[in-house]
Design a protein around this ligand. Structure first.
Ligand code: CDT
Length: 308
């Protein structure tokens, strides 16, 4: 039986600070319908897909902040997406700001089956940026103020005929993200991101944003023998330019499809999950070749300890 999954990274262009959920959901629905028409079984939307990237502001009014979060999923404004996806028989993965009943806040990504069943929830582990406002920056990156790290860590789930994992934006820069999922047998990693092109602590990285994003995901895919589907919210959002370049990466590490705009765009690829074993059962046969007796520091310490 073939294990080809047709996937789409459903890239979004900018979402305005005042853009209502209904307008964003209408954009998601348009991408979903286009994906269904192209035979996609799975559509991957970006990180925090329902709103503007609000961590760029110091929001002091708790009500204003809450308005960027979803206390219910699906809620009244997102239900049409769930209904339409089930109707079309298309699964999807959606990033959003989650406010739990006991008021914990997570940067979250959901996985929903083509029949509408809830399959999995992932909460971002690597939360970047800063906790306190830093007025010297042209814009803030206050993710660490607004989100707790996901306490459940990484996971993989049987879905779409294979083993699926999720990561969110900054997670993609850390090799541990891929390796943990690799050790859980991952074959298809779904990732949403919002990556500003300007990195205030070291602007020399600005021109390298596209290179670094591709570099880490291509390496992670290859070293773990997995597909990666990466979906951006790109373009100039509220004056801040963000990386587009949504893409699909094969277990060979090659980019097999990539966005060519910074707006709403579907990036479709046919992912043969059996291709993963070419890497998982050869060069990266973990059971045979990993040398875990030498990897202790990876989980025993957080920071580097150079020699005296
Ligand atoms: N959303 C997100 O995680 N963005 C970060 C920006 C860099 S850290 C301020 C990223 O890794 O792309």
């Amino acid at each position: 039986m073939s294990r080809v999954v047709t996937v789409a990274a459903a890239q979004l262009g900018p979402v305005g600070r005042d853009e209502p959920r209904s307008s964003v959901v209408a954009r998601l629905l348009a991408l979903l319908r286009e994906a269904a028409a192209e035979g996609c079984e799975l559509v991957v939307f970006p990180e925090l897909a329902l709103t503007t990237f609000f961590p760029r502001w110091h929001i002091e009014d708790p009500e204003e902040l809450d308005a960027f979060f979803e206390a219910e999923m699906p809620g009244p404004s997102t239900r049409p997406l769930f209904d339409e996806a089930r109707e079309l028989g298309v699964g999807f993965s959606l990033g959003y700001a989650e406010l739990t009943e006991d008021r914990h806040r997570y940067n979250t990504q959901l996985l929903v089956a083509p029949d509408g069943r809830f399959l999995a929830k992932y909460r971002k582990v690597h939360v970047p940026g800063h906790e306190e406002p830093e007025p010297w920056r042209p814009f803030q990156h206050l993710e660490r103020r607004y989100f707790e790290p996901g306490p459940q860590g990484f996971g993989t789930w049987r879905a779409f005929g294979g083993v699926v994992g999720m990561m969110i934006c900054n997670d993609r820069r850390w090799p541990e993200t891929y390796r943990v999922m690799g050790l859980l047998g991952v074959e298809l990693i779904l990732c949403g991101y919002n990556t500003p092109l300007h990195y205030a602590p070291d602007p020399s990285q600005d021109v390298l944003q596209g290179f670094h994003s591709a570099l880490v995901m291509q390496a992670g895919a290859y070293q773990n023998g997995t597909w990666v589907v990466a979906s951006a919210k790109g373009g100039v959002e509220e004056g801040v330019d963000s990386l587009a370049q949504s893409c699909v990466i094969a277990p060979s590490g090659q980019i097999v499809a990539q966005a060519y705009t910074a707006g709403d765009e579907l990036v479709v690829a046919h992912c043969d999950l059996d291709w993963c074993d070419r890497y998982k059962k050869t060069l990266f046969d973990f059971e045979r070749y990993r040398m875990i007796e030498h990897y202790g520091p990876i989980t025993a310490q957080r920071g580097a300890t150079p020699p005296q």
